[in-house]
Design a protein around this ligand. Sequence first.
Ligand code: ZN
Length: 222
Amino acid sequence: MTDPYLPELTSFALSEDEAAIVIEALKTSKPWDWKPVDSLKKAALKSAKDKILAFHLQRHEHNCCYCRTGLMGSGPFMTDREHVLPKGKASFRAFSFAIWNLGVACKRCNMQFKGSGTGFIVDKDDPASFQASGNYLFIHPNFDRWADHLTRFDGGMNEKKVVFFSNPTNSAKGEYTKAFFALGQLARNSFARGQGQNTPEQFSRAAALVEELAIVLGQPVP
Ligand SMILES: [Zn+2]
């Protein structure tokens, strides 16, 4: 598999102390959320998690791995460590610290849409398929290059930022990702904000603008 991002997954390494505490965490019932009492262990675990976060932020140029919202400077309240195979499911617990199963997502994608569901996984039972792009219906943060499936436009309307997503290659993963994370709604809401108020009239005008943009780009209306 060619890694679509840099630094490559294979270049990730924890220090001896970090690796040891991860192994210990994996023996607990909630590896990622385990809180060791010992202060040295606590520090080593934090260090491992910080290293994982920095690594994935670098791979995705500080953007959400699902919607590409910029996370630079947005702080810990906007940025979630993302477990693709959910860490809360017993069958996926062993992958709580697997670098290929982790990413960085915005709060909207993670909390509102991703949650702990597993509907986007094709085969939930065969670990041999877990590291294959084809086993995921949406754009995987590590096995798929986001830009191969979707294009995100960021612009300004009056004083507000607006965003629009297109799927120029008619990618099935792109369509699934747009629907799963409601990216069409994200676009329409941004256009509504750009128009000032959130009245029904503003929303319908926003929808019309998004439609116009989709037609210009030769894309289906989101
Ligand atoms: Zn997002």
